[in-house]
Design a protein. Structure first.
Length: 119
């Protein structure tokens, strides 16, 4: 599966952004989809993931209650709605795919989209 993320940009603290990730192929619904981010000078970290059907989700503590992951299997899209953004959310955000919920590593990665939150 090939992934392409978009929707990043510059936003003030407290603002919102919605990231999108488009997936190629006819097997999108067979993948667990996730979002990760990498801030300058830091390691990449997990943000959120969503099950094949979209029923189950899991979030990093740092974004819980502010970010929402969702997917549209008919359109091969996964979203990350980001509200109440903070300067520490500034990072390159990546979407990723894997076949198993319990997998520790994701297998497929898109290019990143930069989110900058100004204070």
């Amino acid at each position: 599966v090939q992934l392409q993320a978009c929707g990043g940009g510059l936003v003030q603290a407290g603002g919102s952004l919605r990231l999108s990730c488009a997936a190629s192929g006819r097997t999108f619904s067979s993948y667990i989809m996730g979002w990760f981010r990498q801030a300058p000078g830091k390691e990449r970290e997990f943000v959120a993931k969503i099950s094949n059907s979209g029923v189950d989700t899991h979030y990093a503590d740092s974004v819980k209650g502010r970010f929402t992951i969702s997917r549209d299997n008919a359109k091969n899209l996964v979203y990350l709605q980001m509200n109440s953004l903070k300067p520490e959310d500034t990072a390159v955000y990546y979407c990723a795919a894997v076949r198993r919920w319990s997998a520790k590593e994701f297998d497929y990665w898109g290019q990143g989209t930069l989110v900058t939150v100004s204070s």
